[in-house]
Write a protein that binds this ligand. Structure first.
Ligand SMILES: [Zn+2]
Length: 158
């Protein structure tokens, strides 16, 4: 058996986990190999030391204290998450509304002023035709339905 293989099996050997025959071959090797023997002694020392350690059981008082603390503490909400809910979302909604209002006012004013400026004061008949949007019928050929309609609206005005 090679030392490298023995070293890999030493822990199992010390725990008595190896089959009887393999354990015997290792103990035979340890009798004439000082390096492996030193290794097994060192490992045994660590094993012995670990064996002296006692498992420390927490007192019932400590367990109760820990259990209480865990139950008392609400799951913490990150600081920034609260800020987002409380301030950022309403601020964003308000900003969108304000921008929408400003854009609406701007375009409304432009539309209104353009319509107002282009308006020329005309006779009440023409105003009425313009209001109904019949001004576009002016260029309609004679004898058409549009002309008849235009004539009718003008007749009613008089
Ligand atoms: Zn060896």
């Amino acid at each position: 058996m090679k030392c490298r293989f023995i070293k890999k099996r030493l822990s199992a050997y010390l725990d008595g986990e190896l089959p009887e025959e393999e354990g015997k071959r290792i103990s035979d090797h340890l009798k004439f190999c000082p390096r492996c023997a030193a290794e097994v002694q060192e490992l045994q020392g660590v094993w012995d030391l670990l064996g002296t350690w006692e498992r420390v059981e927490p007192t019932p008082f400590l367990w109760e204290k820990v259990r209480k603390r865990v139950a008392e503490k609400p799951s913490p909400v990150p600081f920034w998450e609260g800020l987002i809910d409380r301030y950022v979302v309403p601020a964003a909604v308000t900003a969108v509304l304000i921008v929408g209002l400003v854009i609406g006012i701007h375009f409304g004013n432009r539309l209104y002023s353009t319509a107002f400026e282009s308006r020329v004061l005309e006779s009440p008949e023409v105003e009425f035709v313009n209001v109904l949007g019949l001004g576009t019928l002016d260029d309609i050929p004679e004898g058409s339905l549009g002309e008849t309609l235009l004539a009718l609206t003008q007749t009613n005005q008089q």
